[in-house]
Design a protein around this ligand. Structure first.
Ligand code: BGC
Length: 747
């Protein structure tokens, strides 16, 4: 949305004009009001606007109140209580010289009080509309507690499940992540930033943070510009195009230059190429950390490099407020850079309507956990669960089953069910898997024995009780995976297998000989080949949030049908990482149909192709994969024309039929490949997707339109262009299969 259209959304423009609301003002007027304010501000007040504090005491300490009165703070983050936000805001508006409001930011990453599935899970829904509703739920709840701004969405493409923050992202694919980026920005920001229930979004972490070497958090990222533009930047550009109000610069050094001091990504691309006019906030301490990186000599130099690069607001460290004044006075830095930063910040504050908006004195409890919010959370949890194995139709379970053994440390663990970044989530609100299963079957038919206290627990003490429960039951449900604190920030892992004694527990349970269903709760792709081989079904539910219990119970008993598909490739072993579907072909590709090295034979490869001597080269589960309780058949691929001229369009259509016995939704995917170009192009790239609902026996034609601009890529001169030539196109159930067609793009 353009600035003009956003500003013209006041429902009653004449009232807004009467009230002197700047939000309804046209852009020129807005800029004039900013000019007027800027002209009255001292350098200290300007630097105050550029400073975000982390610790606001509760109740607000006199020292902080004094700082706010003096205009020394522009923002605070993660303030615990609405009452404290209201008090600080009253002080800023009524007692500071210029009455400039504070902006309160918070990590509302996947819900506020109603905790939604983690973002990686949400992406497995392939349902941007529902994800937008989820962000709206989060925004409504957060804004009711006086939060103006969320540090979300996180748009870091990650192709390395060792990196714990993969949980917070939207998968490995830039096309899909871009769709979700826009959806989340729309959800958080609503029809306009000053609309009731809207908060400012923040596209983070700009940029390349998800490419941390070796998957170790905060580690360096080396990304050639062509890859940066092709893969890592698009979700940010999509957020920008959706009108995102703010952007957060990342922690890592990108090609040797810290993202927070990176003039190329911040000034040239974000401001120059994309005309972003919101503000950029640093990540936590990331300005001063440029000294630790070895990129700045001291905090003053860090301030200089941050502001030059275009970071407007400094989160928590105080290089700007402590050092910039002297640098301006010493002629080391042009005061215009300071004014520009303050202008960007004030613009967002005006757009949010903060100058006029009363702060809620306390959280509006009625806005939290509303039935319709819980329903969105439940639906998201249903749509994001991915069925990875279902031998012999082990699922769904019959409700007339005799007894069900519920085993595993994650069956009744509210915090683990919520996942990482749930500062405002409350354990007592969570409907756990166990509780929901008891609701479904009645408590007497559910035999619960966790076997382990936590996922990391390595003691076998609880095994005998678990085995006894399995013996007494008809089927065992095994809730295993990761504790919530194993994913998220600073939670990198070098092993991706089941932690603690979970594998041993699964083996003991399987030995009993009853059907076993594994429900995996985790913030990342895990490697669980041996487990999958021993159980009848695997349902991957991630950290599904507050409503995870009812959602997963409905899937297990067939009241809902699994439809989620993976948005990240699952490796067979950590040694295959990084592994992703949109890789280049290489000059010696291995082929699933070609000669294969038998895994385990460490010598004499049969073929000099790109594979391993000790493990199959293919992933355990490919991107886009997910099963259903029904089966789908794809047939009759049609490409509307064998050739299209540059600038033209064609349609690609296939019939998709539900060949099973239950109504279900299938996520139909469109991929292309450019067979020869001035730079090698991936073996497949996602270009479209659709959720299609089909009754048993029903067949629908699914049509996609492809224009030549959809086939554009960055060439070696960093120009986005489509090149003529032959393309393959697939309509497919996942990135590994599908019906293939061909067309040619002509000059
Ligand atoms: C994280 C950000 C987060 C910020 C504020 C940092 O450590 O990297 O994602 O928004 O803290 O809590």
């Amino acid at each position: 949305m353009t600035r003009a259209s956003r500003l013209s959304r006041c429902p009653l423009p004449f009232l807004c004009a009467l009230a002197g609301s700047l939000v309804a003002a046209p852009p020129a007027d807005l800029e004039r009001r900013i000019d007027q304010l800027l002209a009255r501000m001292t350098i200290e007040e300007k630097l105050g606007q550029m400073s975000q504090g982390a610790f606001l005491g509760s109740p607000v300490a006199e020292r902080d109140r004094q700082g706010i009165r003096q205009g020394r703070w522009g923002s605070f983050l993660n303030v615990a209580r609405p009452e404290d936000r209201a008090e600080a805001q009253r002080t800023a508006l009524n007692e500071s010289r210029l009455g400039i409001p504070l902006i309160f930011g918070q990590d509302v990453i996947h819900g506020y009080r109603t905790v939604l599935p983690i973002p990686l899970a949400q992406s497995a829904s392939w349902d941007p509309e529902l994800v937008e509703q989820g962000a709206r739920v989060a925004a409504r709840e957060a804004s009711s507690a006086g939060i103006h701004w969320t540090f979300a969405p996180m748009l870091d493409i990650a192709r390395d499940p060792r990196w714990g923050r993969i949980a917070e992202g939207l998968g490995e694919d830039p096309y899909l992540a871009s769709a979700f980026a826009a959806a989340m920005v729309r959800g958080f920001q609503g029809p306009s930033l000053d609309a009731p229930g809207s908060i400012a979004a923040c596209a983070k972490h700009y940029v390349g943070y998800g490419a941390a070497e070796a998957g170790r958090d905060y580690n360096s990222a080396w990304i050639p510009e062509i890859l940066l533009r092709q893969v890592y930047l698009p979700p940010f550009q999509a957020a920008r195009n959706a009108g995102v109000a703010t952007v957060m610069s990342a922690f890592e050094d990108l090609n040797g230059v810290p993202a927070t001091g990176n003039e190329f990504t911040l000034r040239r691309i974000l401001r120059g190429e994309w005309n972003f006019d919101g503000f950029v906030v640093s990540d936590y301490n990331s300005v001063v950390e440029m000294v630790t990186h070895g990129f700045a000599a001291d905090p003053g130099d860090a301030a200089l490099k941050g502001i030059r690069a275009g970071v407007d607001m400094e989160m928590t460290s105080t290089c700007y407020r402590d050092r910039l004044k002297a640098l301006v006075e010493g002629g080391k830095i042009d005061g215009k850079l300071i004014d520009e930063a303050v202008r960007n910040i004030l613009r967002v504050k005006f757009r949010l309507g903060l100058f006029d908006k009363p702060m809620p004195a306390a959280a509006d409890r009625g806005a939290l956990l509303a039935p319709e919010s819980l329903e969105v959370a439940r639906k998201l949890a249903v749509e994001s669960a991915v069925l990875l194995k279902n031998d012999g139709a082990a699922l769904p379970l019959s409700k007339s089953i005799g007894k069900l053994a519920v085993i595993g440390p994650l069956a009744d663990s509210p915090l683990d069910q919520m996942g990482c970044w749930t500062g405002n989530g409350v354990a007592g609100d969570v409907r756990t898997f166990l509780a929901a299963l008891k609701d479904t079957l009645g408590p007497a038919r559910v035999l619960y024995a966790p076997g382990l206290k936590t996922a990391k627990d390595s003691s076998h003490d609880g095994f005998p009780a678990a085995i006894e429960a399995v013996r007494a039951a008809d089927t065992a449900l095994l809730f295993i995976g990761e504790d919530a604190n194993m994913s998220g920030e600073a939670r990198s892992r070098a092993y991706l297998d089941l932690p603690g004694a979970e594998q041993a527990l699964a083996e003991e349970v399987a030995k009993v000989g009853k059907p076993v269903i594994a429900v995996i709760v985790a913030g990342r792709p895990l490697t669980f080949h041996d487990l999958a081989a021993k159980v009848n079904a695997v349902l991957y539910v991630w950290n599904p949030g507050t409503m995870g219990g009812p959602a997963i119970a409905s899937l297990l008993f067939g009241d809902a049908v699994p439809s989620g598909k993976l948005t990240v490739t699952f490796p067979r072993t950590v040694g295959q990482v990084p592994i992703y579907y949109a890789h280049l072909n290489t000059g010696r590709p291995a082929s699933p149909n070609g000669p294969r090295i038998s895994p385990g034979i460490p010598i004499n490869p049969l073929d000099y192709t790109s594979q391993y001597i000790d493990v199959d080269f293919t992933p355990e589960y490919p991107f886009g994969f997910g099963l259903s309780y029904t089966t789908f058949e794809y047939s009759n691929l049609r490409v509307s024309s064998p050739a299209i001229p540059m600038g033209g369009k064609l349609t690609v259509t296939a019939d998709v039929a539900n060949t099973g016995k239950v109504e279900a939704e299938e996520i139909v995917q469109l991929y292309t490949r450019d067979l020869s170009a001035s730079v090698s192009r991936p073996v497949r790239e996602l270009k479209g997707f659709r959720r299609v609902r089909l009754a048993p026996g029903e067949k629908k034609s699914v049509e996609f339109t492809l224009g030549t601009s959809d086939l554009a890529f960055y060439n070696a001169r960093m120009q986005l262009a489509t090149e003529p030539g032959v393309f393959h196109v697939w309509i497919a159930p996942d990135s590994d299969r599908g019906l293939r067609g061909e067309f040619r793009v002509t000059e």
